[in-house]
Design a protein around this ligand. Structure first.
Ligand code: HEC
Length: 200
């Protein structure tokens, strides 16, 4: 920037080092306004965030953590209504209530026909897998025992684990169905396997 006949073009007397002279020219307007701008911004920022309504860092952290909690709660609620989604343990569904619910047993019947009948027979009379209508049980006669054996399977005996392919609530429904066919005496039953539970 060179200004002819500018009063500021005069070097400051006595300020000369190694041939470099110092001038007392005004700072360019754009520079000054950028500078003033930062001061004004800092002022407004301080008033708003430190003294006024704006949240400070602590408050922002609290707000963010609250949002995380809300989202997590909404997700687990969604997982529960969607039927476990694999994240809920089987106990999330009250097994006794499921067993008493005819609609769940009917749902279980459909699942059984699709996934289990090939080994346990269309009526649960047993084929490759044991008869599920009699009093004899290898892995226990309690509904919770059934949930466990269905979920985990008995791989070396040919009973696949279902926990990766069925929701916990679907396993419960199928247990409701198995309980519902108790003592039905279907044709061509597979001979008894396991221990008799006279109470069953
Ligand atoms: C590929 C064949 C096969 C399929 C498919 C199969 N199972 Fe099994 N299941 C078996 C065999 C074999 C056993 C016996 C395991 C043993 O001897 O320990 C068994 C055992 C069981 C038992 C325990 C019986 C007892 O006496 O304790 C239950 C309950 C059961 N299965 C339910 C199911 C359900 C429900 C399904 C469908 C979701 C299913 N199974 C699908 C082969 C199968």
């Amino acid at each position: 920037m060179s200004n002819d006949n500018n009063q500021f073009d005069q070097p400051i007397a006595g300020h000369e080092y190694d041939g470099i002279k110092e001038f007392d020219n005004p700072l360019p307007m754009w520079w000054l306004w950028t500078f003033f701008g930062t001061i004004i911004f800092a002022f407004i920022y301080f008033i708003h965030y430190e003294m006024g309504a704006g949240p400070n860092l602590d408050q922002e952290l609290k707000m963010d953590l609250a949002t995380i909690k809300e989202v997590a709660a909404a997700n687990s609620a969604a997982a529960t209504t969607a039927g476990g989604g694999g994240e809920q343990p089987p106990a999330a569904d009250d097994l006794n209530a499921v067993i008493a619910d005819k609609a769940r047993a009917a749902e279980g019947k459909t699942i059984f026909a699709g996934k289990c009948a090939s080994c346990h027979g269309n009526e649960g009379q047993g084929l490759i897998g044991p008869n599920l209508t009699d009093k004899f049980w290898i892995h226990g006669s309690k509904p919770t025992d059934m949930v466990t054996v269905i979920a985990k399977g008995v791989l070396d005996k040919g009973m696949p684990p279902w926990e990766t392919q069925m929701k916990a609530t679907e396993i419960n429904s199928v247990v409701a169905y198995i309980v519902s066919i108790k003592g039905t005496n279907p044709a061509n039953p597979k001979p008894a396997q396991g221990v008799e539970d006279k109470e069953y």
